[in-house]
Design a protein around this ligand. Sequence first.
Ligand code: ZN
Length: 281
Amino acid sequence: MARTGVPEADPNTNNTTTETTAAPVQGKGTVNPGSTSSPTDESPTGTPPTTVAATALATKLGIIAPPALTAPPVVRSAAELLRAQATARTVNPVRRKILSEGGRMIVRPVTDKIVPAAIHYKVPMATGRFGTYLCLAPAACAMCLSGQKPSSSGLVLLYCVDDRDLGVVVFDVDSGPGALGAQLLEVLARPDHLRYILDVSKSGGRYQVLVLKVLEPGTPTDGIDYGDAALRDLIARKAMPTPAQILGTIEILSNQALLLDSPATMQRLRIYHPEIDPATL
Ligand SMILES: [Zn+2]
């Protein structure tokens, strides 16, 4: 077998222990921009951003007729998400899934749309821990100004078979072949990706994406719940997460909240940019 990236599942692999970790509890000053009621959740055209993906999925599941293509989804910037704090503070319906070392999860693609994000990892916090936050660029970003470089990331919505719920998986866009992003993108590029059941595992710091099963349309799924009913319900309720809600699974802090909670960032900002009054950021 010469192909790389997404090898077929080893039939002897029966260990399906799944270990996922939800996003950390958000602390003081965080923003959760997810809202299905805020009018700003819609793109400028008034079309819900996930229309294309949701209808494509519905078509695959045999629910509705093929839709007319609409404009690609418009993703709001981190700064716009931050401003949404003033108008909406609701619980985001979707959470980030973090695969820990040695962990494994069974997932099913629900869209091939990738939400891009610039993310600051390992931001030193006063608690002694490291934070993960959305970059505020193109607005002024205290983390960027203090010399902390954001990573180009991709966020993809997946159905988690074990949790029977949707989750967001984050990957590094710049990482090479064999990385999680490259393997996931190879699967999502296939025209029948909505029928794939995937096994995603992490061992020795490396991810492996295996195709466990390809569902045949119109045939019973061996009694196992692969999420068809849950996905139909989400589509019927127009409850598929929007790109803004997907982006909102990464914690976001205002510059002032960040500088308060990260003295190291404040110090570096003062060293690199003595001309900037931190209070004005
Ligand atoms: Zn930044």
